[in-house]
Design a protein around this ligand. Sequence first.
Ligand code: PLP
Length: 360
Amino acid sequence: TRKYNFCAGPAALPEAVLLKAQAEMTDWQGRGLSVMEMSHRSEEFVGIAEKAEQDLRDLLNIPSNYKVLFMQGGASSQFAMVPLNLLGQGGRPNYLKTGVWAKKAIAEASRYADTHIAGNCEARNFTSVPAQSEIVLSDDAAYLHFTSNETIGGLQFDYLPESGSIPLVCDMSSDILSRPLDVTDYGVIYAGAQKNIGPAGLTLVIIRDDLLDQAMDVIPSMMSYRIMADNDSMYNTPPTYAWYLSGLVFDWLKNDVGGLEKMAEINARKAAKLYAAIDNSHFYGNPIAVANRSQMNVPFTLADDALDKVFLQEAEQNGLLNLAGHRSVGGMRASIYNAVPEAAVDALIAFMGDFEQRHG
Ligand code: PLP
């Protein structure tokens, strides 16, 4: 009875994870209580938390000089936490402006400091990322922030911006864990959980430990990476159930999927066939430069937007949910995160072909 869910977030979770959580819902491993009802300081929960972190470390090959923080407040809170934590010793925050999410990060940082836009693709309507040759850091750059995947625009970096000795900070909310990466290229990686990690309510931060002590004095304790790191992300009550479920997702990625290289292969195949279906039709369109097309979020338009409503209605009748584009841009968007099976993409492509035949 489960349908195919293309929601951008909170997004589909692996069915195996949901079934495991369901089986353990009222009685976790014979202890007679739910994970939701456990003290975060209990031996049981600390074990769950540590396994989740270790599985994530294994998946991403995170070195020991990087801390993993399980925080709250969503990626939007990170837009403030990044400058608050990194600008205590001065310097200007540098940003790449690539779309809606980068703009929000820039707006928040600009409340604390004079932000330098080191690269900007707005003039081409965010249809391709700034090239390395277009990126110019300020002399006093404290960090370079970029959004690896713009969830609304469907624009994804196909290369790692070069910033020399300046720490790279990345909002990886919508493509973390979709492919392998080298954590040592980054100073800070952050991501809201509700796409490739787990349910909403948890925010992941991976930070190089030499960056833990550059915070502004006024930083709230709850926003301090140093305080969170020193308290194993349990300075206050963490979102325990979201942490547990994310741990089940990491375990699924590691043991059911077989790791991030395998995941990347599947994701590449899913995206390639969906973009091919769009490109091979005269009815559907996607404006993003081929090299920067997102493998996670595939926005597309219909030749006649008067048909949008019918498309969405019929899609839903065919078990294909949440294909409407973001309310700010309209059109369609298929988010094809890790947990969206290849069969879902196949079903979408078949439906799109059929719809075009009948309406095109
Ligand atoms: N950054 C990116 C790239 C996103 O896609 C989103 C949400 O979709 C956010 C930030 C904001 O995340 P949150 O809702 O967790 O604050």
